[in-house]
Design a protein around this ligand. Structure first.
Ligand code: ZN
Length: 374
């Protein structure tokens, strides 16, 4: 077995599910075990690797190879996966069937992580001169709140260019939307439902809020579209309010999902919502519980071109496009590290009950990253 595939199998065999807000605990629901494995793997091969604590048992690994180069490139992949409930394939066995390695995280995104680790370690072992200094970051919590990438940036991680490893089928994603999610609450006054005039109905108030937000969401789609990403969107996805049918409800809340274009800021997003609701009282907004920036990297930059050439020379043609999902790349772009998204595997296989990755694509990605770095 090729060392990069052996490494991928080892990574899949270490569960690293993100609790994603559920009350799950145990070492399989955190990144600690896999982070320590990654750090040890790199250190054994002579690469300096620092472990950062994001939260208890939730760790990042940041490794560094100084090639004496002018520019530094960030290779980044997340360590966490989504849950492995009710999977149709064994989630942590790393079985290989029909040329595909199966398991939770195989595609999203341990394939990319194995590629970055093995490409870098093999070049260092061969003593090949690198074109860039390399930062290799394996981070926690991409699947839920992006706190791993936030922590890495807050601790001062800097690079001239970044590749965020996600399943893109070896395409270069140079733009994607961001997402901001938060709760909006209405408040009223409880009363016996036989005397509704004594209370104030928070659900009725929310009804007015929802009508105004639906209109605001429609207006957003009338903005001039971004050439790659279209317009921003907004959707209300959850509502809860009241305690019993015979009590006038004093509380109601909704959860809002706002897809953002690169450069949109929270102040502006909230300002627009406040303006849309200016004629309605008794509501308030929580701070976002999830905030991931959109990103856009120019098509013609030196580093993007070098990656494009590495792809062309390995697999024939290079596709540069945009995506609808959000990744850690938005966080790095916002911190001044132009960061594209690239990796083996298909997003259509990510998070599925039969997650798997094409081994040939993993081997091609390894070759592409090796060529890009040299
Ligand atoms: Zn991912």
């Amino acid at each position: 077995m090729e060392p990069v595939i052996q490494l991928l199998a080892d990574l899949v065999r270490i569960p690293s599910m993100n609790p994603m807000g559920r009350a799950c605990s145990g070492k399989e629901y955190a990144e600690e075990s896999i982070a320590l494995f990654v750090a040890e793997y790199l250190r054994r091969r002579g690469i300096t690797a620092e472990v950062q604590e994001v939260k208890p048992h939730r760790l990042n690994v940041v490794a560094h190879v100084d090639a004496g180069a002018e520019r530094t490139v960030l290779l980044e992949a997340h360590l966490d996966t989504v849950h492995a409930d009710a999977m149709a394939v064994p989630p942590f066995d790393a079985n290989i069937v029909n040329g595909r390695l199966q398991g939770r995280g195989a595609c999203d995104t341990k394939g990319s992580l194995a590629v970055f680790m093995d490409a870098l370690c093999s070049l260092v072992a061969e003593g090949t001169k690198l074109r860039y200094n390399v930062l290799l970051a394996a981070v926690a919590d991409e699947e839920y709140q992006f706190t791993g990438a936030q922590t890495a940036v807050a601790r001062g991680m800097r690079a001239d260019f970044g590749i965020c490893g996600e399943p893109t089928r070896l395409h270069i994603i140079r733009a994607h939307k961001g997402v901001t999610r938060w709760r909006l609450r209405t408040s009223g006054r409880a009363a016996h439902s036989a005397y509704p005039e004594r209370g104030k109905n928070a659900i009725y108030t929310m009804g007015h809020v929802l009508t105004a937000l639906e209109q605001h969401a429609r207006v957003l789609t009338l903005h001039p579209p971004h050439p790659l990403l279209g317009t921003p969107t907004m959707s209300v996805g959850v509502i809860e309010g009241g305690h019993a049918v015979n009590i006038v409800p004093e509380n109601c809340w909704i959860e809002i999902d706002r897809r953002t274009l690169p450069g949109e800021r929270r102040e502006d997003i909230f300002g627009d919502v406040r303006a849309a609701l200016k004629d309605i009282g008794d509501w308030s907004m929580d701070a976002p519980h999830l905030e991931a920036a959109g990103m856009e990297v120019p098509a013609g930059g030196e580093d993007v071109n070098r990656l494009r050439t590495a792809i062309e020379s390995s697999v024939g043609s290079a596709i540069v496009e945009s995506a609808q999902y959000a990744t850690d790349a938005g966080m790095y772009c916002a911190a001044g590290i132009p960061c594209i998204v690239f990796g083996p595997g298909d997003i259509a296989d990510a998070h599925t009950d039969a997650e798997s990755i094409d081994i040939k694509e993993v081997l091609a990605a390894r070759e592409i990253i090796r060529r890009f770095l040299t």
